[in-house]
Design a protein around this ligand. Structure first.
Ligand SMILES: *Cc1c(COP(=O)(O)O)cnc(C)c1O
Length: 397
């Protein structure tokens, strides 16, 4: 079977220095908040063009922390796409707020600024919820339309989070999403473009006070500089818990892994783009291949094509088993949009529902994508898809 994502090829490339870095942490004993944590936060800031970076335990925690810091809670609305991983919407109910689901652009699969505007206007008119923030997602690694989305947020006084769990490293006109967003979050789950050897995440931000608040929330609401400056204490203010926080720390071991992986990340992004270019050259005359926003660079967390399920002609759901027989794995992200899932179906959607999201869920299919995909394997994949489409008739949507 051709690997869908080949983490072992990456591990072989990273070699002994990676294992040495892990062993160094094991021997040091600094398992929590060891020196690798601060160094990783510094390097992620340089890479991601962000003044402040907070490492944390997962991409989900990275999304919860800013909502907590802004005091978003019951009665508040946070707008997000439904065509995403569940965590994007899960964090709103976690803080007591309501997600409001917005439709996506049919070509980039990212938040549609027109649907966003309509959803905000509708929520304001209904008068039940207070619009507070927007979470845009860089789905499959490609940047969302930040200039347009940020303009909508500015017009309505909303905070903007870029959920870049799949898109960390993506750019638009050379700028990272944090250029437009108040906060960028990411995940270092192993299968993400920049992954560690377990769970991890980060919050990139621009404001020192806000970052300070995140530092406090990450460790049980502990007093931070802004809480103690100008005051005197009878006890060490380290043990002063001034707000409700949580434990959202990243392990030092994961920071050590990420410091090694960051060294080759730019090169891997270039390799992913070469793989994507070859897929497009081999397939785009027959099926719908991905679109990256003009001026954008994707990090290709997924390479997702579309085949409509046409009755009697074969489509997405027939392609997957045929490829599997030939040793080619595929995956469907996402077969059930979040707003159609039971527990999330109670939350509002943009007016008129989410027709683009509903349609895409039935026709997307993701192909093997990683920096180490060989041209031989890629040629096999391309040939197998071409043969399928040519026997089953035009399946491009
Ligand atoms: C993976 C992912 C997350 C959650 O990250 P975890 O580290 O698994 O908690 C959030 N949003 C999107 C879009 C993701 O793909």
């Amino acid at each position: 079977m051709i690997p869908f994502i080949d983490l072992q090829a990456q591990r072989a490339r990273l070699g002994q220095p990676l294992e040495d870095a892990i062993l160094k942490v094991v021997r040091s004993g600094a398992y929590i908040m060891g020196p690798e944590i601060a160094e990783l936060e510094r390097q992620l800031g340089v890479f991601g063009q962000a003044p402040h970076v907070l490492s944390c335990g997962s991409g989900t925690e990275a999304l919860v922390l800013p909502l907590m810091a802004w005091g978003i809670g019951p009665g508040d609305a946070v707008f997000c796409p439904s065509f995403s991983f569940a965590a994007t919407a899960e964090v709103m109910p976690l803080v007591g707020a309501s997600p409001v689901f917005v439709d996506i652009d049919p070509d980039t699969y990212n938040l549609d600024p027109i649907s966003l505007e309509a959803a905000i206007v509708a929520v304001k008119a209904a008068g039940q919820l207070t619009p507070r923030a927007v979470i845009a997602v860089d789905l499959f690694g490609g940047p969302a339309d930040y200039p347009a989305i940020a303009a909508v947020c500015a017009r309505h006084g909303l905070k903007l989070i870029s959920d870049s769990a799949q898109g960390f490293g993506c750019t638009l006109d050379g700028k990272h999403p944090i250029h437009w967003a108040d906060v960028t979050t990411t995940s270092f789950f192993p299968a993400k473009p920049l992954g560690c050897y377990g769970d991890g995440g980060a919050v990139l931000s621009k404001d020192a006070r806000f970052h300070d608040l995140l530092v406090s929330l990450r460790v049980h609401g502990q007093a931070v500089t802004s809480d103690i400056e100008g005051k005197t204490f009878d006890h060490d203010p380290k043990y002063l818990n001034v707000r409700i926080g949580m434990n959202a720390r990243m392990d030092t071991l994961q920071a050590a892994v990420l410091l090694e992986k960051l060294k080759i990340f730019e090169d891997e992004i270039a390799a992913r783009n070469r793989v994507a270019g070859r897929y497009a050259a081999g397939l785009s005359d027959l099926v719908k291949t991905p679109t990256v926003l003009k001026g954008g660079v994707s990090v290709w967390a997924q390479y997702t094509i579309e085949l409509a399920n046409l009755p009697g002609r074969g489509g997405r759901d027939d392609l997957a088993p045929q490829l599997r027989e030939q040793g080619i794995p595929t995956a469907v992200y996402y077969p059930i949009p979040i707003h159609q899932q039971g527990v999330y179906s109670v939350y509002p959607t943009a007016p008129g529902g989410l027709p683009v999201t509903d349609a895409k869920a039935g026709q997307v299919i993701s192909l093997p994508m990683h920096p180490y995909l060989t041209t031989d394997h890629q040629d096999q994949i391309i040939a197998a898809i071409r043969a399928f489409v040519q026997t089953n008739g035009p399946a491009a949507s």
